[in-house]
Design a protein around this ligand. Structure first.
Ligand SMILES: Cc1cc2nc3c(=O)[nH]c(=O)nc-3n(C[C@H](O)[C@H](O)[C@H](O)COP(=O)(O)OP(=O)(O)OC[C@H]3O[C@@H](n4cnc5c(N)ncnc54)[C@H](O)[C@@H]3O)c2cc1C
Length: 410
C-alpha cells in the first residue's frame, strides 16, 4: 500500500513528478523536499532574459502559488536531504527531521563544477540558481565590467552573449580545441560559436587556465598557462556540472556519474526512482550506438523523466509493469540572434552532413554514426529540426535521413 511519496529536488523534474502523481489519481501524501527556499522556477532564462534584466523572477515560476495549493504538497523547502536509508525507507533532512516513505523519486539535478584551486573572491561566480543569475545580472548591468567566461559550453556561451549585449567586454576561455565540442563536435561547435566572434567576443580555444587571481578581496585577473593575464572584473566559471548525488554516497544506491537506473528509471533499490539531470539510464532509442547509457542535462528530458518516473512508481505499486523511458533528447540555446536547436545526440567523429543553408549563418546538419542517424542540428532553422525527432525515434538509417533531408531542404 503506497500512502506517502517523497520527492527530493524541488525543480523541474521533481515538480513534474508531483503533478503526475496527482494526475494519475494518487491521493496519498506527497512531500516535496528542496535545498533551495524558492518555489520551483525555470532555469533556461537564468542565462538569457533574467540575466539580461528583461524578465523578473516572478516570470519564471514553474507554477503559480494557487496551482501549488491544488497539488496538496507538503513542501519542505530550504532543508536539503542529507542521507537515504533504502532498507528502512527513510530520507534524512539537514534540519534533523526524518521522512519515512513508501515511494521515492530523486530529482536533485546537477551542480556546477569548480576549478581546481578556485579562490573565494568577490566577482568569481557560477550560474545555476536564480540567486546566481540576479547577482550576475547586477554585476553586468551597466556594461562596464570586463567579463571572462571560463568554459565554452552552452551556458558559458549564453552568458557571454548576454553580457556582450549589455555592452561588457567579454573574453571566453576554452581548454578544448573548439567551443561546444561536447555537445556538437569540433566542426559544428566552431561554426555555431562563430556568432560570438562576429559580435566581438574574444573567444580563445585550446588555452589552459593556470589560476584566478585577486587582491585578497576581489578578483583582478585570470592567469593563463603561458603566464599572461586577462584583467577581469567578473569571472564566470562555466566548466560543466556534476550530478547532485553527494548526499547518496553512503546510501548503497548504485552511483556512477549519476544515479544508475534501469530502462524504467528505477534505481538499484526497490520503490526508488530517479529523474532529470541526476539520472543515468539506458535509452533504447540509441541501442547499438556507442553511448546508449546516458545522463542528459536538458530541460525537455527533465520534464519528461519526472513524469515517467512517477507513472512507473504508481504502476509498480499497483502490480502493473513499468514502462521503459525511451526518448529522443532535444535542447535549444539562444546566443545573440542564433536560435540553436538539436535533436538526438552528437559525438566527435560522427559523420556530419550540412543539408540546408551554410555554416557561416543559418543552417541545418545531420549527424550519423554506424549507418544510422544520430542527431540533427539547426541554427535558425526550426522547421528543419523537429521533423527528425520522429525519424530518430524510429531508428532511421543514414540513407533514410539523407532522403528526408532532401525532401525538407528549401
Ligand atoms: C543557466 C541555465 C540555462 C539553461 N538553459 C537551457 C536551455 O536553453 N535549454 C535546455 O534544454 N536546457 C537548459 N538548461 C538545463 C535545464 O535547466 C536542466 O536540464 C533542468 O533544470 C534539469 O532539471 P532537474 O529538475 O533535473 O534539476 P535541477 O533543475 O538542477 O533541480 C534540482 C533541484 O534539486 C535541489 N537539490 C539538490 N540537492 C538536493 C538535496 N540533497 N536535497 C534537496 N534538494 C536538492 C536543487 O537545489 C535544485 O533545486 C539550462 C540550465 C541552466 C542552469
Amino acid at each position: 500500500m503506497m500512502r506517502h511519496v517523497v520527492v527530493v529536488g524541488s525543480s523541474l523534474a521533481g515538480l513534474r513528478a508531483c503533478e503526475t502523481l496527482r494526475q494519475e489519481g494518487f491521493d496519498g501524501e506527497i512531500t516535496l523536499v528542496g535545498a533551495e527556499t524558492e518555489i520551483p522556477y525555470d532555469r533556461p532564462p537564468l542565462s538569457k532574459k533574467v540575466l539580461a534584466g528583461e524578465w523578473d523572477s516572478d516570470r519564471i515560476r514553474l507554477r503559480k502559488a494557487d496551482d501549488f495549493a491544488g497539488l496538496a504538497l507538503n513542501m519542505r523547502l530550504g532543508s536539503p536531504a542529507v542521507a537515504l536509508r533504502p532498507d528502512s525507507r527513510i530520507v534524512s533532512l539537514a534540519d534533523g527531521s526524518e521522512l519515512p516513505f513508501d515511494g521515492l523519486v530523486i530529482a536533485t539535478g546537477a551542480a556546477p563544477r569548480r576549478l581546481p584551486n578556485q579562490p573565494d573572491l568577490d566577482g568569481v561566480v557560477e550560474l545555476r540558481t536564480l540567486a546566481n543569475s540576479i547577482d550576475l545580472r547586477d554585476r553586468i548591468a551597466d556594461g562596464t565590467a570586463r567579463v571572462t567566461v571560463i568554459g565554452a559550453g552552452f551556458i558559458g556561451l549564453e552568458v557571454a552573449a548576454t553580457a556582450r549585449q549589455r555592452g561588457c567586454a567579454v573574453t571566453v576561455l576554452e581548454g578544448a580545441p573548439a567551443p561546444l565540442i561536447r555537445g556538437l563536435g569540433a566542426e559544428m561547435g566552431t561554426a555555431v560559436a562563430a556568432v560570438h566572434t562576429r559580435h566581438d567576443v574574444d573567444l580563445r580555444c585550446g588555452v589552459g587556465v593556470a589560476g584566478v587571481e585577486g587582491d585578497g578581496t576581489r578578483v583582478t585577473d585570470v592567469r593563463l598557462a603561458d603566464g599572461s593575464l586577462i584583467a577581469s572584473d567578473v569571472v564566470v566559471v562555466g566548466v560543466g556540472v556534476a550530478p547532485a548525488t553527494q548526499w547518496l554516497v553512503d546510501s548503497g544506491l548504485q552511483l556512477g556519474d549519476g544515479i544508475i537506473c534501469d530502462a524504467t528509471l528505477h534505481t538499484s533499490a526497490p520503490g526508488i526512482y530517479a529523474a532529470g539531470d541526476c539520472a543515468r539510464w539506458p535509452n533504447a532509442v540509441f541501442a547499438g550506438f556507442d553511448d546508449e547509457e546516458m545522463r542528459i542535462e536538458h530541460w525537455t528530458n527533465a520534464a519528461e523523466q519526472g513524469a515517467a518516473a512517477a507513472r512507473n512508481l504508481l504502476a509498480v505499486a499497483r502490480g502493473e509493469a513499468a514502462t521503459p523511458y525511451e526518448s529522443v533528447p532535444f535542447f535549444w540555446s539562444d546566443q545573440f540572434d542564433s536560435r540553436i536547436q538539436f535533436v538526438g545526440r552528437a559525438r566527435g567523429g560522427d559523420e556530419v552532413h550540412v543539408f540546408a543553408g551554410d555554416t557561416s549563418g543559418s543552417f541545418a546538419a545531420l549527424y550519423g554514426f554506424a549507418g544510422r542517424l544520430r542527431g540533427v542540428l539547426g541554427v535558425n532553422m526550426p522547421r528543419l529540426v523537429m521533423p527528425f525527432r520522429a525519424l530518430l525515434a524510429s531508428k532511421a538509417t543514414w540513407p533514410e535521413a539523407l532522403e528526408k533531408a532532401r525532401t525538407l531542404a528549401p
